[in-house]
Design a binder for this molecule. Structure first.
Ligand SMILES: CC(C)(COP(=O)(O)OP(=O)(O)OC[C@H]1O[C@@H](n2cnc3c(N)ncnc32)[C@H](O)[C@@H]1OP(=O)(O)O)[C@@H](O)C(=O)NCCC(=O)NCCS
Length: 197
C-alpha cells in the first residue's frame, strides 16, 4: 500500500516570517561573540530552522534533513556564543546559537553555487552575509574554481559583493539541476548571478 503524505496546511494570512525564527534576546553589538566555522552534523537542526524559516516566507528553497546531512561539508555557520535565549520553559539559558549559514556546492570543474545563505533577521546588516559569502568564495578558489553562481531574490545584496546578473540562457545547464525539485518551478522569480573570482 502506498502512503501519500497529506498536503501541508495553508499558511494563515497574518503569519509573519519572523514568527518562524527562534526568538533571541538581542545583546549590544559589542557583546556579540560571533564565530564563523565549518558546520558539523550536530548543527543540522539549527540550520534547517534558519533556512526553512525563510522558505516559509517563500524567499528561499526549503531544505530537509537528508539534503543537510548529505551536503553538510558544503556548509559554514556563524554562531553567537553564549547568546542568552529564552527557552520554552521561560528560563534563561546560555546557548550556542547559529545565527547564519551558507553553503558552496560544486557542480562541475568551473562551477560552484552559493546556496542556502541565510542570516537570522536579528543579525542582518552586520556584515555577516558578506563575510560568509567571502568564506565560501575563498573555499571555491582553494578548490581551483574561478566562477561562482547563485540564484537569488536579493540581487542587491549580491551586487554589493561583486556578483553580476546573468541571463538565464547564459547560465551553465548544470545550474538548472535543482530547478526540477523547486516549488517555484512554474513561477520562478529568482535571478541568476555570477562572480568571477
Ligand atoms: C540577503 C542576506 C543574506 C544579507 O545578509 P546580511 O548579513 O544582512 O548582509 P550584509 O550585512 O553583509 O550586507 C551588505 C550590504 O548588502 C546590501 N544588502 C544586504 N541585504 C540586503 C537586502 N535584503 N536587500 C538589498 N540590499 C541588501 C546592503 O547594501 C548592505 O549594506 P548595509 O547593511 O550597509 O545596508 C540576508 O538579508 C538574508 O539572509 N536574507 C534572507 C535570505 C535570503 O534572501 N538569502 C539570499 C540567498 S538565497
Amino acid at each position: 500500500m502506498e502512503y501519500v503524505e497529506p498536503p501541508p496546511a495553508p499558511k494563515s494570512e497574518e503569519e509573519k516570517p519572523e514568527e518562524k525564527f527562534r526568538k533571541v534576546l538581542i545583546k549590544p553589538d559589542e557583546d556579540r561573540q560571533i564565530a564563523i566555522q565549518k558546520a558539523q552534523v550536530r548543527d543540522v537542526q539549527e540550520i534547517l530552522d534558519l533556512v526553512n524559516g525563510y522558505a516559509a516566507a517563500d524567499v528561499m528553497l526549503p531544505r530537509g534533513p537528508q539534503y543537510l546531512y548529505e551536503n553538510i561539508r558544503d556548509f559554514v555557520i556563524a554562531s553567537d556564543r553564549n547568546v542568552p535565549v529564552y527557552s520554552m520553559m521561560e528560563t534563561r539559558e546560555e546557548l550556542h546559537l547559529i545565527v547564519a549559514c551558507g553553503s558552496l556546492h560544486v557542480l562541475w570543474d568551473d562551477i560552484a553555487e552559493i546556496r542556502a545563505l541565510a542570516i537570522h533577521p536579528d543579525y542582518q546588516h552586520l556584515g555577516l552575509g558578506s563575510k560568509l559569502a567571502e568564506y565560501l568564495m575563498e573555499e571555491a578558489k582553494q578548490l581551483g574554481i574561478r566562477r561562482v553562481y547563485t540564484f537569488t531574490l536579493t540581487e542587491e545584496f549580491f551586487r554589493t559583493i561583486g556578483f553580476k546578473r546573468q541571463k538565464r540562457e547564459e547560465l551553465p545547464p548544470k545550474m538548472w539541476g535543482e530547478c526540477s525539485r523547486c516549488p517555484k518551478y512554474f513561477k520562478c522569480d529568482e535571478v541568476g548571478m555570477v562572480k568571477v573570482l
